[in-house]
Design a protein around this ligand. Structure first.
Ligand code: NAD
Length: 329
């Protein structure tokens, strides 16, 4: 599919961070960009770069770059999605190899930063980019690796309705997402995302606890899943990412919680929500208890690096119910 608003698309796009999300976001770009558009890629893990080249370089020009500086020199728009604020700071530095190391390469460039990070780092990087004549926009995403692969992500963009580079930005992100929101101005994309993840992380714990209790009371989790889908306890987590192994074969839980949204990333986002709430004077009554769960799960060898809905395992949920047969429950 060639982009509808291809006249707004820049001829050269750079992409930094080919992880669970970025790999598929960049794949969607290469699949949907006109073959004349050049895609530059970068990741500190060489296997991610090689794997991308193997799978997608036949669709159009793809060039690995050695550093963020090389990428900025060669691209008109640079998209990045890495784990934490410290990784974003590592990319956007002024030392040799850093994205901001050659000021005249930054001028006029658009940076779309999709990681979920703290507002302070985002603000500092946005100011540094602006001081060199570039434009930096916080644009975190929601939808997980499945949404990234399907090109159906939600983008929460830290821009106002009238932002001068919005058409160009939307032309690019529409190739990776279906729902694009202009959240009002700088850092408000991140504010939206942090609040979303506080809600989603809290619902994941409540859903895990509810299933654990329901099953101990004798319910078949598949029945409970179907009831929740049309009842007030239902949620995106229940419907799309059920925490109980075997309930939804598509969910990470049914594949030993592989892929998905790593539990340590949810711990990070939960902490971000707590810090942000403290600064804003907002009470998060469930926040302390929720953070304890995510800190514990992220430090548990049985849970670390697994999808965050592994909290079901962390709280002692039954993962063998299907093997024993639901009728014995
Ligand atoms: P990930 O750990 O799978 O991937 C991150 C990638 O960034 C890795 O390939 C890593 O090697 C690369 N990287 C790190 N530092 C780098 C640097 N300095 N230069 C180049 N590459 C670098 O993480 P992910 O799941 O893709 O998440 C990325 C971001 O997106 C996080 O902020 C996360 O909170 C957010 N997010 C994730 C999900 C999800 O479900 N996984 C959903 C929405 C948002």
């Amino acid at each position: 599919m060639i982009a509808r608003d291809s006249e707004c698309l820049p001829p050269r796009i750079g992409f930094i961070g080919l992880g669970n999300m970025g790999f598929w976001m960049a794949a969607n770009l290469r699949q949907k960009l006109p073959p004349s558009t050049v895609l530059y890629i970068n990741d500190v893990v060489q296997e991610a770069v090689s794997s991308f080249m193997d799978q997608f370089s036949h669709l159009g020009p793809v060039f690995p770059t050695k550093s963020a500086a090389d990428m900025v020199a060669n691209s008109d728009v640079v998209i990045s999605i890495v784990p934490e604020g410290r990784h974003v700071a590592q990319i956007f530095h002024t030392d040799p190899g850093g994205a901001l190391s050659i000021p005249w390469h930054v001028r006029g460039k658009l940076f779309i930063e999709c990681s979920t990070i703290d507002i302070e780092t985002s603000k500092a990087v946005a100011n540094a980019v602006a001081s060199l004549g570039g434009t930096f926009v916080d644009a975190p995403v929601s939808g997980g690796p499945m949404g990234a692969q399907a090109g159906s992500l939600t983008f929460m963009m830290g821009v106002g309705e009238g932002h001068g580079r919005r058409p160009e930005m939307e032309a690019v992100v529409r190739l990776m997402g279906e729902n694009l929101f202009a959240c009002g101005g700088p850092t408000l994309g991140l504010a939206t995302k942090v609040c979303n993840n506080y809600i989603s992380g809290t619902i994941a714990i409540a859903t895990s606890e509810g299933f654990n209790l329901a099953m101990r009371l004798g319910l078949d989790p598949r029945t409970f899943h179907n009831v929740l889908k049309v009842s007030t306890g239902g949620s995106w987590v229940n419907a799309n990412c059920n925490p109980v192994p075997g309930v939804d074969p598509r969910a990470p839980a049914s594949n030993d919680y592989a892929g998905g949204f790593k539990v340590q990333l949810m711990r990070k986002d939960y902490s971000l929500a707590m810090e942000t709430a403290k600064a804003a004077g907002a009470n998060l009554y469930l926040g302390r208890a929720g953070l304890d769960v995510y800190e514990g799960a992220a430090a548990d060898p049985a849970c670390v690096d697994r999808d965050s809905r592994v909290v079901y395992r962390y709280i002692g949920g039954d993962e063998e119910w299907d093997r024993r047969g639901a009728s014995n429950m």
